[in-house]
Write a protein that binds this ligand. Structure first.
Ligand code: HSE
Length: 404
């Protein structure tokens, strides 16, 4: 019997208990031993809930019980999760988590500590919910020199952009609808401003490139400035707007960013809609592989945490090697990142046309039947710095969206 403690009995925590109980026999077969949830830690009481009997309010009970081999955390936030993770590992317990804030901030340190104490720190559910992406990056893609990892990493924003595209609605009404349906948080800032995707791409980049990528260093833009007119232009170009997190290794220069981007039908991300996430990894010999599925939700996320519990149960007293050094990668300056840009200027006149030609040279003009009072175009590949300098020449920029 392998004893597990679950920290946090919210959406994901209760899902972990449910997945373990639902698939108990099958999990026992796969591990070779039964997994039992011995404790659930939460500040709240749950009268009438089956976990009432194993509910504790004091983490010391778990940390001081040597029969607990694995601690699964689903509380969210950096503290007290980080303190609990360190204590568990120092007590010789393996730790797994769905907490992207914790992993992005302290993943490298916790991996090193787990190695030192011959236990494991795993975090499959921290990116992409139920999509297996972390373990494939550690194991299956291990022969590869990763050139790029990028994708749609946030379900809430993908739902909003999909609804705006399919139903022609504006951002605010779709956000309200998503909140009413429980898809979007009451405080949706972390999702819509890209902070959630930023932490996820920082985790993926750290694993892909083997050392710490600080999320604070990643240029991040959300979708709150995307309007229904941008969506109309995207449709006119036969493209879709997606919030993309991407990290690239171009001849040793590593760059990362999060921003809404126009993607064309040739991209595997074009048809990824609603709350689905998708991540593509490009390896130097493998070429492209794509991981697709539900990036959020109680049971898909809980299933990913339970997959870590199973992995840890199969590897008690054996550290699984994960290469994510604590040493920080210095990302390329944002100004040096190359992109193509779609630009909207107010006023559809000859003045715009002449000035755009003078400043940007040859561009591709974009017309949209529904919008008559603007001049829109796409640029060639330019560095962010050069593009910013050129756009300073214009005081009538309505919006800019990058093209993937
Ligand atoms: N809020 C996240 C999303 C789910 O909308 O994708 C948890 O990572």
């Amino acid at each position: 019997m392998i004893k597990v403690a679950v920290l946090g009995y919210g959406t994901v925590g209760s899902g972990i208990v449910e997945v373990i109980n639902t698939n108990k026999d099958l999990i026992a077969k796969r591990v070779g031993e039964e997994i039992e949830v011995a404790y659930v830690l939460d500040l709240r009481d749950f009268p009438g809930d089956p976990v009432e009997k194993i509910l504790v309010h004091d983490v010391d009970v778990i940390m001081n019980d040597p029969s607990v081999s694995i601690v699964a955390e689903a509380m969210g936030g950096v503290e007290p999760a980080y303190t609990f993770a360190k204590r568990a590992i120092e007590s010789g317990k393996s730790f797994c988590t769905s907490n992207k804030e914790l992993v992005a901030k302290h993943g490298a340190k916790l991996i090193a500590m787990a190695k030192e104490h011959n236990v494991n720190f795993l975090f499959e559910a921290s990116v992409g919910g139920g999509i297996p992406i972390i373990r494939p990056l550690i194991h299956s893609i291990s022969p590869e020199n990763v050139v790029e990892v990028s994708g749609i990493l946030n379900g809430t924003t993908n739902y909003i952009l999909t609804k705006m595209t399919k139903e022609g609605l504006d951002f605010d009404s779709v956000l309200k609808d998503a909140q009413d349906k429980g898809f979007a948080e009451r405080n949706p800032e972390a999702d819509i401003e890209g902070y959630d995707a930023c932490r996820k791409i920082a985790i993926l980049a750290s694993l892909a490139f083997g050392a710490q990528v600080d999320f604070e260093d990643i240029h991040t833009e959300g979708i709150s400035k995307i309007t229904d007119k941008d969506i109309e232009y995207a449709k006119a170009m036969g493209m879709a707007i997606k919030l993309i997190g991407s990290a690239k290794n171009e001849e040793g220069k590593i760059s990362a960013m999060v921003a809404p981007m126009l993607v064309g039908p040739e991209s595997s991300l074009y048809a990824v809609n609603d709350v689905f996430n998708a991540i593509t990894v490009t390896g130097n010999t493998l070429s492209d592989v794509m991981f697709y599925g539900k990036g959020a939700g109680k049971l898909p996320t809980a299933s990913a945490v339970v997959s870590d519990i199973i992995e840890e149960a199969k590897n008690l007293n054996r550290n699984i090697r994960i290469v994510w050094e604590e040493e920080k990668i210095n990302l390329s300056a944002f100004e040096d990142i190359n992109n193509r840009f779609f630009v909207r200027l107010s006023g559809n006149d000859k003045l715009n046309e002449d000035k755009v030609k003078e400043v940007f040279g040859d561009v591709k003009v974009v017309s949209c039947d529904l919008i008559k009072d603007e001049y829109a175009f796409t640029t060639k590949v330019l560095s962010e710095g050069v593009f910013a300098d050129k756009t300073k020449e214009f005081d009538n920029v309505v919006n800019v969206i990058r093209i993937k």
